[in-house]
Design a protein around this ligand. Structure first.
Ligand SMILES: O=C(O)CCC(=O)C(=O)O
Ligand SMILES: [Fe+2]
Length: 312
């Protein structure tokens, strides 16, 4: 049950912040504290215009209306990065993935699979959207590194060291006789950081440390920034990888978009984050090997997975 007298997720204004300014330094603490306590926060971020956001969400309906034979052309070496259709355990959900979405070539490759005569405006729009959202991701990563006093490692986690997967999700409403259907199982994300947005239909729920479920109410121009398994391990367990799920109640289709970042290569805990109070909890691990392992043997879909993979 989602509590009605629930605390809300922290809301942090991420606009107009210049690195090194007083407000930047203040936000570094707020962002890190929110990711430690909740594993996520709501970022108010005007870096994506309302018009672009609207156009992107409007493009999802015709995309998901394409025939199934077309949608299944969205494949990937990592199965969970491509098209996922409804299954009997997840009948309301479909999802498509665009790998390396910050590169226009990759978005065009996806668009050419979906529309054989191409769809230039879709490609431009999605590429622009992903890059603008990635600016928010870069800022958050830099802030966390800075507040832990390990900014010198940020270069290995900036845009050129990460890859970006954009997931486009569609959830259809449950039948009238099924209420409150948990559409996705409780999970944590395998990524480093995830940034989520949605159309006007709510459904995302985040589990708090005291096992309450917070139903996320998106504010205008807002995104949920969520620390995932990779960032949690990098921080030696200081950050929380937020358990979350999607529950559909209403009558309308829900569309959501997630930008997921993955480190190219090995994630290593900075030695500065290991001390007597925080003994080393994770061995260095290759992020894609972890994702690949999870695709092949998905024993757990929450934080236990990374603990099993590289925990000490
Ligand atoms: O649809 C959402 O809001 C969340 C999706 C999600 O949790 C995921 O793709 O990992
Ligand atoms: Fe997720």
């Amino acid at each position: 049950m989602v509590s009605s007298s629930q605390p809300k997720l922290p809301v942090i204004n991420m606009d107009d912040l210049k690195p090194g300014s007083e407000s930047w330094i203040l936000r570094c603490q707020e962002v890190t504290h929110a990711l430690e306590q909740y594993g996520c926060f709501m970022a108010v971020y005007g870096g994506v215009s309302k018009e672009l956001n609207k156009e992107v969400f409007e493009s999802l309906e015709p995309l998901f209306d394409l025939p199934i034979e077309t949608k299944i052309k969205n494949t990937s070496d990592l199965r969970v990065f491509g098209y996922l259709g409804p299954t009997h355990t997840r009948p309301l959900f479909q999802s498509m993935g665009i790998e390396n979405v910050t590169s226009l070539d990759h978005v065009q490759h996806f668009a050419n699979l979906m529309w054989p005569s191409g769809n230039h405006s879709f490609s431009e729009m999605i590429h622009c959207y992903a890059n603008q959202v990635s600016e928010l991701e870069n800022m958050v990563t830099q802030m966390v590194f800075q507040s832990y006093g390990v900014e010198k490692y940020y270069e290995s986690y900036n845009k050129s060291s990460m890859t970006y997967l954009l997931r486009l999700n569609k959830y259809i409403p449950p039948n009238a006789n099924e209420s409150n259907v948990a559409t996705t199982a409780i999970h944590t994300d395998r990524s480093f950081l995830s940034i989520l947005s949605q159309n006007q239909v709510k459904g995302l729920e985040v589990q708090t440390r005291d096992d309450k479920w917070l139903s996320v109410e998106f504010l205008p121009s807002s995104f949920i920034v969520m620390a995932a398994d990779g960032f949690m391990a990098w921080s030696n367990g200081r950050l929380r990888s937020a358990p979350h799920r999607v529950t559909m109640n209403g009558q309308e289709d829900r569309y959501s978009i997630g930008l997921f970042t993955f480190k190219k290569g090995v994630i290593e805990i900075p030695e500065e984050l290991v001390d007597e109070e925080h003994p080393s909890r994770f061995k260095p691990f290759n992020h894609f090997e972890f994702v690949d392992h999870m695709c092949k043997s998905p024993l757990y879909i929450d934080e236990r997975a990374i603990k099993l993979f590289c925990g000490i």
